[in-house]
Design a protein around this ligand. Structure first.
Ligand SMILES: Cc1cc2nc3c(=O)[nH]c(=O)nc-3n(C[C@H](O)[C@H](O)[C@H](O)COP(=O)(O)O)c2cc1C
Length: 221
């Protein structure tokens, strides 16, 4: 069999689940729409999904914080600290073709479990280096899709609150080399059934429209 006849490996999607709401989570449901779209686009290639519940990720500990504060290049196995967990999470991230993040907005920004994951994977000397020109990411760039649910509105003329979530997430992912970040939202989930239904219809419609427009991209990741 020539290489052109080899079946393509399945598209490896790592999904981070940040909500405490389990199956009832609106951001999880929105991320499911993105997964359906990927599964359709991937066709016979298929997708290989790895789910990570971020509510199981512990905060970084003292040895980890001290290693980073001293800017030591961390080579120890770190059996006794969250360094080993950091290594695992970075390996898992490096192994995916697409990163999918399902997250609620909490207090205008990312929820604590997502911040904990960020603190594990945005690591000096490992996923980025500090240069005279600033921080430079070490990871191979790959698409990131973010499914956000918010109780109020964060887009358009109805928005009455700051949105630090999207600018922060784009900045911190760019630090490690991930620059292709696409956002989808279900907004107004806390404003009654009608608002929730409208938010879902808008968010799910945006996902469909995006994948219709970008249908050829799946072969390129
Ligand atoms: C601790 C906490 C803080 C929240 N902060 C905000 C906020 O700043 N802005 C907002 O629009 N909604 C806020 N919400 C509402 C959630 O974003 C909303 O319920 C969302 O639909 C939850 O998504 P999920 O079901 O995926 O967890 C907050 C909810 C919680 C529990």
């Amino acid at each position: 069999m020539t290489s052109s006849q080899q079946p393509l490996a399945p598209l490896r999607i790592l999904r981070l689940v940040a909500s405490p709401n389990a199956e009832a989570s609106e951001s999880l449901k929105l991320s499911q729409q993105i997964l359906f779209a990927f599964a359709t686009e991937a066709g016979r290639r298929g997708i290989q999904l790895t789910d990570l519940d971020l509510n199981t990720v512990a905060p970084v500990d003292a040895p980890y914080a001290q290693a980073l504060a001293n800017q030591r290049v961390v080579t120890a196995s770190g059996r006794d600290s969250t360094l080993s967990r950091s290594n695992e999470l970075i390996d898992q991230l490096q192994a995916c073709d697409v990163l999918l993040i399902a997250t609620p907005m909490h207090n205008y920004s990312v929820p604590a479990p997502l911040k904990m994951w960020i603190d594990h994977v945005v690591r000096v000397g490992k996923t980025f280096v500090v240069t005279a020109k600033g921080k430079v990411g070490n990871l191979k760039d790959r698409p990131v899709y973010v499914a956000i649910a918010s109780g109020g509105y964060i887009s358009g003329p109805q928005a009455r609150q700051p949105d630090f979530l999207r600018p922060y997430l784009s900045a911190v992912l760019a630090t490690i080399g991930l620059t292709q970040v696409h956002y989808f939202t279900v907004e107004g989930t806390a404003k009654g059934v009608e608002s929730l239904n409208t938010g879902r219809a808008t968010g799910y419609g945006d996902v469909q429209a995006y994948f219709v427009r970008h249908s050829c991209r799946v072969d390129q990741v």
